[in-house]
Design a protein around this ligand. Structure first.
Ligand code: ATP
Length: 736
């Protein structure tokens, strides 16, 4: 026995708490119409998680809460609690007793509890299915629902039987697997679409990466070329510099000396410009000399003339003197001479002295002759004076002439000398200038070479920078590179090659290689991840297919085995009920009719039969065949109400006995039975109660007589159901 008790409070007509204990394999609930018996069955449905309010004869959750009687009687919550014995661990929970409770509030909110702990509906459902108590309630047969299985179509029947056989758990698993499969397929689609989306980008990046890789190769090539090129260029520049210096330095020194030399020569020539002035000076001296000579000649002629005059005078004097010879021995007084002497002593010039003396002498001569002589003498003195002056002047002229000659000769000599040194200087200037030109010519050649080297060195430096920026620092590590001799033109070829590679790198348009490689790696990783994801999903898809196939196979096997077992029991109960005959379940395929050309089912359904219609195999379902004893008619349609009820009960019992649920509630399943059939029904109940605990809502005395516990339900004036435990005799009375 599993079911221990049910406690209802505020649920439907049960305003106050009522408890039913099920300590007998068969319990019966009896009472007048409308007293609330069916509400008890619905209490079971409710507490077991029924979600359809309609199945509990309500429209809203609120309809389940006691609403009868006066104002004060209205309650705000309906609660039902059911207690199971779990010593055999029928429920997959480690407690000896399992209490399930459900509460609904007026705001339509529900609460679920397992052993007092709040849980979700899902937990209740799982717990119940572990004990083979489905929410579908195949073990709770409501009033008027006994022949539901007969009324149902073949597919619904199959579902009911599957549920009763406990295959629902597999079905749920299958549905869940199918849902997972659908989700997996959706995920696969999204992953595939993501892969498709990134594919062109990945392809583009791959091409870029190939370009980058090509550029990496080109860079490597360029780097190696650069090393050789730069090393050779460095050596070339160094050796050129040494060579140029060795050529240039002595020439520069020579040029400096030549400059000095030419400066000296120029100075000499510069100085020779004063020669004209000297020639003029020479001419000046010459003309002065000429003038002095002319004056000298004049002076000499005048002197000759004066000397002639003097001679003439002297001859006159001689003549006179001869006349005066007598006077020559004339005596003069000493006293007169002394007087003259005295006078001379005071005189200053010779002239004065002469005059004095003449006058003295004259005074002592004869008076008649003395005048003439004095005249001559006077003339002579004048002439002599003149002559003296001329002689002085001549002497001066002679001195001047000599000076001029000396000056002239010196100057002339100088001029001659100068002329010689000028000639030398001129020669030197020509010589030095020629050498200078020669040296300059050579130097120009060197300078051109130097200029070329400068340009080459600049280009080399620029190339170093470019190498650094294009292929990195490593390009400048060329010190260790070995460079055997070669012709210079090979270096030019090498440079051309470098330029070509540079252009190819630039033309590659590879962009920032680091970013591209990074992005490619990211996108590729993402693609790999997606591919992995896809293969994982493929794996789980296959897995799910396998699970579904497995479940299908299991459902199929268990279903078919179940059908066989049910059929055996059905036949058994049926012949027990009808005293013979045969009944059985057949698995058949649903026949679907549809238009030939149209796959639209709704169109096919709306159409009347026509040539275009074809039959199509549908799902598997259950057909029921019955064959009553002593009657020719066959098929469910032909059964009477009572026969129908009996057939339903036989099938119901057959189904439940194959896979017995812990308990079964039958609400007036026996309503249509006559006395004889009621007895048979009673027998079957007794039989069934070996497998499942039975709770029977009934008005039938026979049924009541089979119950170990009887509960009476009555309804008072307050509209609330009341529960009382009663004896059989009372029960029959109460039931009426
Ligand atoms: P019968 O023997 O005729 O099948 P029964 O004993 O099975 O009758 P039920 O159908 O269980 O009777 O009870 C129906 C009664 O319960 C009705 O009188 C109805 O008014 C009452 N009832 C249903 N829901 C509520 C509710 N929310 N509040 C109060 N009373 C309710």
């Amino acid at each position: 026995m599993y079911l221990k008790s049910l406690e209802i409070s505020g649920f439907k007509s049960f305003a106050k708490k009522a408890q039913l204990n099920f300590n007998s394999p068969i319990s019966a609930i009896v009472g007048p119409n409308g007293s609330g018996k069916s509400n008890v069955a619905e209490g079971f449905r409710f507490v077991l998680g029924e979600q359809s309010i309609k199945a509990m004869r309500g429209k809203r959750g609120e309809d389940l809460i006691f609403n009868g009687g006066g104002e004060g009687a209205r309650v705000n919550r309906a609660g039902v609690k059911v207690i199971f014995d779990n010593k055999k661990r029928t429920f997959n929970i480690d407690f000896d007793e399992v209490t399930l409770e459900r509460v609904v509030h007026r705001d339509n909110s529900n609460e679920y509890f397992v052993n007092g702990s709040s849980v979700r509906l899902k937990d209740i459902v799982e717990l119940l299915s572990s004990a083979h108590i489905g929410v579908s309630g195949h073990h709770i047969i409501s009033q008027g629902e006994a022949d539901r299985i007969l009324n149902a179509n073949i597919i619904e029947r199959r579902e009911m039987i599957e549920d009763a056989l406990g295959l629902k758990a597999y079905q749920y698993k299958k549905i869940e697997s199918q849902r997972k499969l659908e989700k997996t397929e959706d995920n696969m689609k999204s992953v595939e679409s993501l892969r498709r989306e990134i594919a062109p980008h990945l392809k583009f990046l791959k091409k870029q990466v190939e370009k980058v890789e090509r550029v990496v190769e080109l860079r490597e090539e360029l780097r190696n070329l650069y090393k050789v090129y730069l090393k050779r260029e460095e050596l070339y520049i160094k050796s050129e510099k040494v060579y140029i210096d060795s050529q240039k330095n002595p020439l520069t020194a020579e040029l400096k000396l030549l400059d000095d030399e030419i400066a000296i020569a120029r100075k000499i020539l510069e100085d020779s410009k004063n020669r004209d002035a000297r020639s003029n000076e020479l001419i000046g001296i010459e003309s002065s000399l000429h003038k002095v000579r002319i004056e000298k000649d004049t002076l000499m002629r005048e002197l000759g003339k004066i000397e002639g005059e003097i001679s003439a005078e002297l001859r006159s004097i001689s003549k006179e003197k001869e006349k005066q010879t007598r006077d020559e021995f004339k005596t003069v007084y000493l006293k007169d001479v002394e007087e003259v002497a005295k006078k001379i002593d005071i005189l200053e010039t010779v002239k004065e002295i002469k005059e004095l003396l003449f006058n003295f002498i004259f005074s002592h001569k004869e008076k008649e002759d003395s005048t003439l002589l004095a005249e001559i003498e006077k003339n002579l003195a004048l002439l002599r004076e003149k002559k003296y002056d001329l002689e002085q002047s001549l002497k001066n002229h002679e001195i001047n002439e000599r000076t001029y000659i000396l000056e002239y000769n010196t100057l002339r000599e100088n001029i001659e000398k100068e002329k010689d040194s000028n000639r030398d200087a001129e020669k030197n200037v020509f010589r030095v200038m020629a050498r200078q030109n020669e040296v300059r010519g050579i130097l120009n050649g060197i300078r051109t070479r130097e200029d070329k080297l400068f340009i080459e060195e600049e280009a080399y430096k620029k190339e170093m920078q470019e190498a650094y920026s294009m292929v990195g620092r490593e390009a400048l590590d060329y010190a260790e590179i070995a460079t055997p001799e070669e012709v210079r033109s090979l270096q030019y070829d090498r440079q051309k090659n470098i330029e070509r590679i540079k252009i190819r790198i630039e033309d590659s348009g590879a962009g920032n290689s680091f970013d591209i490689l990074k992005e490619y790696k990211e996108v590729e990783d993402r693609d790999i991840f997606l591919a992995k994801e896809l293969s994982d999903l493929e794996g789980s898809k296959k897995n799910l297919y396998d699970i579904i196939a497995d479940l299908d196979a299991r459902i199929d096997i268990e279903f078919k085995e179940g059908i066989l077992k049910i059929n055996a029991q059905f036949q058994n109960y049926f012949s027990l009920m009808f005293g013979g005959g045969s009944a059985g379940l057949n698995v058949i395929r649903e026949k679907k009719r549809k238009k030939k050309s149209d796959t639209d089912l709704s169109a096919a359904l709306s159409d009347e039969e026509s040539e275009d219609m074809v039959e199509e195999e549908g799902e598997e379902g259950i057909d029921i065949s019955v064959n009553l004893p002593r009657k020719k008619v066959k098929g469910l349609m032909m059964l009477s109400g009572g026969e129908r009820a009996l057939t339903s009960i036989a099938l119901l019992f057959a189904i439940t006995s194959v896979n017995p649920p812990p308990f079964i509630i039958l609400d007036e399943t026996d309503a249509a039975l006559d006395e004889a059939n009621s007895r048979k029904y009673g027998d079957m109940i007794t039989n069934l109660s070996q497998y499942s605990q039975l709770i029977l809502i009934t008005h039938n005395r026979e049924t009541m007589s089979r119950a170990g516990v009887l509960y009476g339900v009555t309804m008072g004036a307050d509209g609330a159901s009341k529960l009382l435990s009663i004896q059989f005799e009372e029960a029959a009375k109460v039931a009426k």
